[in-house]
Design a protein around this ligand. Structure first.
Ligand SMILES: *Cc1c(COP(=O)(O)O)cnc(C)c1O
Length: 385
């Protein structure tokens, strides 16, 4: 729990701040695998860096504080974090996922956990009543993203958490797209928060990191055991870099969001654009729910051009906005979900859940918005056939 009233201060001073040995204002990089023990059979705080490392511990306590949880866990990637969370389940258990989650989350369930008879089903988590009927006795958790990837669908986190509590199952929220600066799922009743900190938390497209936060002692003990047993931990240097990135999360997000709001408005008023998906637009589906549970609509936008625009040409005509996987960095990125982030989802399922071949996903960076919009505008014009 936080020592500061405002998250802007916790971002900079939260968790374990500085170094008590030297007064350094930054947490040192403890680049060590092991620690000298004073005596045989003692209970040292640090014994081996898979189990615990002071730099990683500083990051873990920081993310726990930012998410209003009690315990944080840092992993070598978002997928390692998701894998650790899914390792809470056993053969015969089933996890419900919302109909558009990150492609890798689908893939690890479909191709890895399925082999261990931990199964999944894809459901529309925006329809709470229908979902209630889908929670059979083998279902042990609901895993959601809100906004979900890539259609920015909004799921009511409080309603899902309430439903999950009624059935005595876990609510897991992948909060990558929002970050604790914009949305805190544990406060809304969720049990577990996951992050691909590769994205906004790191913020500079120079790290691959996964984080998990919980607020329950038993879950914390289980995850600490899984983290140490399966070993997908984050190294000290990357832990340091992520702490550094998080310090500027607030100022970056403010700029990301104000740019995204302008970009969404531009796209909505553009005659070439068929659909815009952005939860910050007052006419967006889920706008009211998002407004209740998050500070604003975030900075991810998806859209479709009319069929007389060639999207291949659109992508190749962009100059400032880079065609790349990932999101949440200071630079604007664009991607084609059907062939990139969501290619691991079979074509038929993609069609069913609305990830069309014409869908374009934008991660709006913190450049000057005029330069971003000028680039998008010329690429749309270039792509007209
Ligand atoms: C990128 C991403 C992941 C996977 O994280 P990695 O750090 O790439 O392993 C999971 N969830 C969401 C929402 C993501 O965007």
């Amino acid at each position: 729990m936080s020592n500061y009233k405002y998250i802007e201060s916790s971002l900079i001073h939260g968790g374990i701040y500085g170094d008590k040995y030297t007064g350094a204002v930054n947490v040192p990089i403890y680049q060590t695998s092991t620690y000298e023990q004073k005596e045989l059979g003692g209970t040292p705080q640090w014994e081996y860096s898979r189990t615990g490392n002071p730099t990683r511990a500083a990051l873990e306590s920081l993310i726990a504080e930012l998410e209003n949880g009690t315990n944080g866990f840092a992993f070598g990637s978002g997928m390692a974090a998701i894998t650790a969370v899914l390792s809470l389940f056993k053969a015969g258990d089933k996890v419900i996922i919302s109909s558009n989650v990150y492609g890798g989350t689908f893939r690890v369930l479909d191709k890895v956990f399925n082999n261990f008879n931990i199964t999944y089903s894809i459901e529309d988590t925006t329809d709470i009543e229908a979902l209630d009927r889908k929670i059979t006795s083998d279902v042990k958790a609901v895993l959601i993203e809100s906004p979900a990837n890539p259609l920015l669908t909004i799921t009511d986190i409080s309603a899902i958490s309430g439903l999950a509590k009624k059935h005595n199952i876990l609510t897991i929220v992948d909060n990558t797209f929002m970050t604790p600066y914009l949305q805190r799922p544990l406060d809304l009743g969720a049990d577990i928060v996951i992050h691909s900190a590769t994205k906004y938390l790191g913020g500079h497209s120079d790290l691959v990191v996964g984080l998990v936060v919980v607020k329950d002692r038993i879950l914390a003990e289980k995850l600490a055991f899984i983290q140490n047993s399966t070993g997908g931990i984050l190294g000290p240097f990357d832990s340091f870099l992520l702490i550094r990135g998080i310090k500027t999360l607030g100022v970056r997000m403010d700029r990301h969001v104000s740019n995204a709001e302008k970009a969404a408005e531009y796209l909505q008023n553009n005659e070439a654009v068929k659909n815009v998906y952005y939860p910050g637009l007052p006419n967006a589906r889920g706008y009211d729910i998002n407004k209740r549970q998050a500070k604003n609509g975030g900075a991810m936008i998806s859209f479709e051009l009319y069929s007389n625009y060639n999207i291949r040409k659109f992508f190749s005509s962009l100059k400032l906005v880079a065609l790349a996987e990932s999101l949440g960095g200071v630079e604007s990125l664009v991607c084609h979900p059907a062939s990139m982030t969501h290619a691991s989802i079979p074509y038929e399922i993609r069609q069913k859940i609305g990830i069309t071949d014409g869908l374009i996903r934008l991660s709006i960076g913190i450049e000057n918005i005029e330069d971003i919009l000028t680039d998008i505008d010329q690429a749309i014009k270039e792509s007209e056939e």
